[in-house]
Design a protein around this ligand. Structure first.
Ligand SMILES: [Zn+2]
Length: 468
């Protein structure tokens, strides 16, 4: 049992404890003072040149008048008809109709049918909603969602609104005797914010102290995970800086967007990542020089697992009890843990293979192949000849063949020769296409300058506070 092993186990547990369930809607109350000040400095200079593609597509129709979707319990109020009534198919009525707005927070066990009967709406109305384009989606209401009903004074449903996520909602609008369904994507305001943190004991704690949500930290782990093993490489004194988007509706923050740029200093070595969306709509993270941060292979096929046995040509085999080369890496993980293909490729073998038990071999072009052994089972659709993408779920951890307990045995071969998956130099994924390079350089220079600015301000601030 090595030091590394203890370290990684501890990290792993921390990650699991703290990556916890509370996520997207977590409010960033802690984001204060300095960060806001940075934001104020950065935003004007920034917004001019950057492709903030998370603004999304223009809404398919103008957003309906401020629909108050308060997540409170079953609030009822009478409101005058909002001006969506001005949509073409509704003849202007002489007297102003009264529409009652009912916001319903969906609770466990609620179905659309049970809610409809509770609010005096007919099964016939429900049936009409279900035959619309988004009827199926409507049937999958979940606890926590807030449904809004607009009911006229004759107890007819005029409109139903179901928010799908922070940006999208489903509107079912009465048209004569039927309903028309439409998905509306709201244009949210994107603001930029920044944060920086030093790691004293854990990445997640450092992030929390700077007011960052788990969601942003996981984004960062994904961006730098190609170069930094967050289970093994993190040391006290490592630090990071993030510039990220925040999405606002009517002046109120509703969610985090993407990380726009980031720097991670690991054991004194800085790596920078800049997000770039090319004209074809492909977004990725690149170094300031335009190299992809991505590699052609993931370093590890299982997330947050612990390495239980390393590549070792003179290991005593735990079952056979004699020296036998261990030409791969073992990842201990509970049975059923998902296994990802580490690179794009084609399945060369998916069957039983002696002591390896259920085994999967993926061929990645003519040079590389990867092997996954002791599987519990293959993922759906995984069989010889099928193509797989990097990160695709291909199998589940098990203990088939000669194994003392559930773990994944993973091998990496270069031209047929076993190499240590943890140390082999991994080929880079493609860099920015030539035709986008000049555009990226303009963008990259700007963003890089912003990272420099934050770094300088941080250093100045730290030396200031040291003097007090
Ligand atoms: Zn092994």
């Amino acid at each position: 049992m090595s030091y590394d092993y203890l370290f990684s186990k501890d990290r792993k547990n921390q990650a699991i404890r703290q990556a916890g369930p509370q996520r997207v809607f977590e409010k960033l109350h802690a984001m204060r003072g300095r960060l806001i000040a940075f934001g104020a400095i950065l935003i004007p200079a920034f917004l001019t040149g950057m492709a903030l593609d998370s603004q999304g597509n223009p809404p398919s129709e103008p957003p309906s008048p401020s629909l108050q979707l308060e997540p409170s319990l079953r609030v009822q109020q009478a409101l005058p008809l909002p001006d969506y009534a001005a949509t073409p198919n509704r003849p202007p009525s002489a007297k102003q109709a009264t529409i009652q707005t009912i916001s319903i927070k969906v609770l466990a066990g609620d179905t659309l049918a049970s809610l409809f009967s509770r609010y005096g709406l007919s099964a016939a109305t429900l049936a009409k909603l279900q035959v619309t384009k988004h009827g199926k989606q409507l049937a999958r209401i979940r606890p926590g969602q807030t449904l809004t009903l607009y009911i006229d004074d004759k107890k007819n449903l005029q409109r139903l609104v179901l928010p799908l996520d922070v940006k999208h909602s489903l509107h079912l609008i009465r048209e004569h005797n039927n309903f028309r369904s439409t998905k509306i994507s709201e244009k949210l305001e994107t603001r930029l914010n920044s944060a920086e943190a030093s790691i004293t004991n854990s990445l997640f704690l450092a992030g929390k102290r700077s007011g960052l949500s788990d969601d942003l930290i996981m984004q960062m782990v994904d961006i730098f995970g190609w170069d930094i093993d967050f289970a093994l490489d993190i040391r006290t004194g490592d630090r990071f800086t993030l510039i990220f988007e925040e999405l606002y509706r009517a002046g109120e923050k509703v969610a985090n967007g993407s990380i726009v740029a980031a720097e991670f200093v690991n054991r004194g070595k800085a790596i920078r990542a800049i997000r770039y969306t090319d004209a074809s709509g492909h977004s990725d993270y690149y170094t300031p020089n335009g190299h992809s941060l991505r590699k052609a292979f993931l370093r590890s096929p299982v997330k947050f697992s612990r390495i239980s046995s390393r590549f070792n040509l003179r290991r005593k085999h735990p079952v056979l009890h004699r020296v036998r080369a261990h030409r791969g890496v073992d990842y201990a993980a509970p049975r059923g843990t998902p296994i990802r293909a580490t690179g794009d490729g084609k399945i060369a073998f998916a069957s039983r293979k002696g002591g390896y038990g259920k085994t999967l071999i993926i061929r990645h072009g003519s040079t590389y192949s990867t092997l996954y052994a002791h599987l519990h089972r293959f993922a759906r659709g995984i069989r010889g000849g099928k193509s797989v993408r990097q990160g695709q779920l291909v199998a589940y951890v098990g203990s088939s063949g000669l194994a003392t307990g559930p773990h994944l045995h993973y091998e990496f071969r270069v031209r047929g020769r076993h190499r240590n998956p943890l140390t082999v130099a991994l080929p880079k994924a493609r860099s920015i296409a030539k035709r986008f390079r000049a555009d990226y350089q303009r963008h990259g220079r700007k963003v890089n300058a912003q990272l420099n600015l934050i770094a300088r301000l941080t250093v100045a601030q730290n030396s200031n506070s040291a003097r007090h």
